[in-house]
Design a protein around this ligand. Structure first.
Ligand code: HEC
Ligand code: HEC
Length: 302
């Protein structure tokens, strides 16, 4: 009998500790999720001529906007693991029902894409704005011109919800839930757009690879990902685990056809079909130059 009473007490104590701990996690994370940012972006001159819109379409492709926002940017569920992890949708960017296009001002577009802040002044959830903050004035203007030209699409997306595990990982710095925290809102807007085949151009494009391959591009599991998710490869010139033994031709074949020199077909999670196969020769050669210039690192240093 005594042991039963003791066990009940122990279980109650554990329950109380878990509830208190979750309360703390919710309070701390809610403070960050609800934090408001007062950022008034400098105005941008957006030309809506055919050439600018076509350039904008290519930028949306190589920056992977539609990979998350769905075909025609009509919105898509991005992560669907509620209630324990999170359910987050990438917004419908058109002017259709459920879309943001009709109510967005030019300043709203810039604030969301470059700063990761929504019209309610709070951080967007998971939108990788830190990757887009480096975009030149011209690229951002043409991208917005293209988004505004998109035909209206209707959507009916479920509301976002952020569960305990996503909150704990966010507090531990292991999950990029709040892009507004990662962007330097006072940074000068990058001026010129790199062109031609150059290291600088490669670095400019490679920011889009860092979300999965890590800031040092050495790959390894994405923090917060599931064990069953494909693991991003090491893109540094390490001969054992990276691209040290690849030629530029091998790189082109992987980026355009999804085939590696080892005879592997790349997992579709690696966006070779949607992003890299649509890159121009100049863009791929620049990326190759840049990747080859990185310090070789073993896989997984991220
Ligand atoms: C990794 C996935 C991902 C990629 C890539 C991505 N987005 Fe997003 N984006 C999101 C998510 C998720 C949200 C919704 C955030 C929210 O509801 O708080 C979002 C929100 C937005 C918003 C704000 C919409 C609103 O609801 O107010 C804009 C604008 C936007 N994205 C534009 C872009 C553009 C332009 C690109 C490409 C340059 C892009 N996104 C690439 C995931 C992504
Ligand atoms: C959405 C996540 C994601 C993004 C963004 C991404 N990759 Fe990958 N990449 C992966 C994954 C996962 C693999 C491993 C695929 C496999 O094992 O089949 C991979 C594999 C590769 C490989 C094959 C390497 C090898 O040794 O087999 C190359 C090359 C590559 N990526 C280059 C890039 C470049 C360049 C970019 C940016 C333009 C990029 N990736 C963006 C997820 C991504």
């Amino acid at each position: 009998m005594r042991i039963v009473i003791w066990l009940v007490r122990l279980i109650l104590a554990v329950v109380v500790i878990v509830v208190v701990a979750l309360g703390v996690v919710y309070a701390l994370s809610a403070r960050r999720i609800n934090k408001t940012y007062d950022v008034q972006p400098a105005s941008l001159s957006i030309s809506t001529d055919e050439t600018s819109v076509a350039r904008g379409q290519h930028i949306a492709t190589v920056r992977g906007c539609m990979d998350c926002h769905g075909a025609g940017a009509g919105g898509a569920i991005f992560m669907d693991a509620a209630p324990v992890f999170a359910r987050i949708s990438a917004s419908n960017l058109t002017s259709g029902k459920g879309g943001i296009g009709s109510s967005y001002s030019d300043a709203d577009w810039v604030r969301s894409i470059r700063h990761g802040i929504g019209p309610d002044q709070k951080s967007l959830l998971f939108m990788p704005s830190a990757e887009f903050a480096i975009m030149s004035e011209q690229d951002l203007a043409d991208l917005i011109a293209y988004l505004k030209s998109l035909p209206a699409k209707d959507s009916d997306l479920p509301p976002n919800s952020v569960g305990p595990i996503a909150r704990i990982l966010t507090l531990a710095g292991q999950f990029p839930l709040l892009p507004a925290e990662e962007v330097d809102h006072k940074a000068a807007i990058p001026g010129g757009t790199p062109t031609g085949v150059s290291l600088e151009h490669g670095e400019y494009l490679a920011i889009t690879c860092t979300g999965c391959h890590g800031t040092g591009l050495s790959g390894g599991p994405i923090p917060g990902s599931f064990a069953s998710d494909p693991v991003p490869a090491n893109l540094t010139p390490d001969p054992a685990t990276g691209l040290g033994n690849w030629s530029e031709t091998d790189f082109y074949k992987a980026m355009r056809e999804g085939q590696t020199p080892e005879g592997k077909t790349l997992d579709p999670f690696m966006p070779w079909q949607s992003i890299t196969s649509k890159m121009t020769d100049e863009e791929l050669s620049s990326l190759w130059l840049y990747l080859q210039s990185l310090p070789a690192q073993p896989k997984g240093g991220r």
